[in-house]
Design a protein around this ligand. Sequence first.
Ligand code: UDP
Ligand code: MG
Length: 334
Amino acid sequence: MRISVAIPLYNEHGVLPELLARTGRVLDSIPGGPHEIVCIDDGSVDGTWELLSEAARRDPRVVAVSLSRNFGHQAAFSAALDYVSGGVVVLMDGDLQDPPEAIPQLLETFREGYDVVYAVRVKRKEGLLLRSCYYLFYALISLLANVRLPRGAGDFCLMSRRVVDELTRTQERLRYLRGLRTWVGFRQIGVPIERAQRYSGKSKYSPRRLLKLAFDGIFAFSIVPIRAATMLGGITILVSIAVAAYSVAAKLLFDRSPQGFTALIVSMAFFAGTQLVFLGVIGEYIGRIYEEVKARPVYIVKETIRSRRPWMQNTLEESATCIAVTGGGGLERR
Ligand code: UDP
Ligand code: MG
C-alpha cells in the first residue's frame, strides 16, 4: 500500500521543516510504500517555495508543486488530488493543526473496510466566538444540505483511490471538498481526533474568507434558501387573506374599519426587506452559475519538482511549464 499525503501551503515557512519531519517520521513507521508527501505551494510569498523545492530535491518522497498565484485552500487541495499517485490519500492542513501522528489511527479504521475515514474535531482550540460560529454553521448546513454532511468534520481525512478518482472527476469550480467527499458516497466513517493549535504563524482564513467558504458550502449543497422564498411567500399570502377576511367581517358586523398607518409602514418595510434578501439569495446562485459557466481552471501550476518514476531511481524531474487544469479533471497542457 502506497500512501500519499496531500498538503496545501500558503506562507507556511515557519511550519514546513517541522511538518515534513513529523510527517516523514509517521510515514516511515507505516509498512509498504514508497509513500509520498505532495505539497502544493499556493502562491506563498514568504520563502515557503524555496524551502519546499529544496526539500523535494533532497527527499524523493516529497513532491513540490507551485501554483501561479494564491488560488485558495480548496483549490490547492484540488491541485493536490490531481498530483497524488498513492492508493491511499490523506488530506491534511499544513499548519500541524491536523496531527500527522493520527494517520496510523485513520489507516487502522480504513483497513476495516472503509473508503473514507474523516477526522471529527473534538476540543477545538479556537476562541469562543469562532467556536460558536463553527457550531452554528455546521448546525445550519446539516439542516439545509441535500447530503448528510457530518458535523465537525473538516478536510483532514484518508481516502481510497476510487474516492479520489471520483473527486477529481467532479467538474465544480467552486469547490467545497468536504461536501463533495460526502456526496461521492461509498463507506465513510468519522474518527474523533483532537485538533491541535497552529504550530506557527497566523490563520490564513480571515472572517471574510471563512464566510465565503461557509456560503460556498451552503449554496453548493442546498437550494433550500430559494425554496424559503416560496414558503415565506405562501405564508404571507395566507396571512394577508386572513387579515382581509377579518377586515371585511369587522366592517360588516361591527361597522369598524381597521386603522393603522404605523402597521402599514412597518409591514411595507418588512416585505421590502424580505424581498431584497431573497433577491440577494437568488443573486448568490446566479453569481455561482456565472462562475461555473466561465469554466476557468480551478488552479494553474507554475512549477513542479519530484523524483522521476519509477520511484526509487531518485532522479529529479523539474518542470516549469504552465499547466492549467480544467475543472477537477485531467491535466491540460497550454
Ligand atoms: N492555505 C492555502 N491557501 C490559502 C489559505 C490557506 O493553501 O489561501 C493552507 C494553509 O497554509 C494551511 C491550510 O490551508 O496549511 C489551512 O489554513 P489555515 O490553517 O490558515 O486555516 P484554519 O485552520 O485557520 O481554518
Ligand atoms: Mg489551521
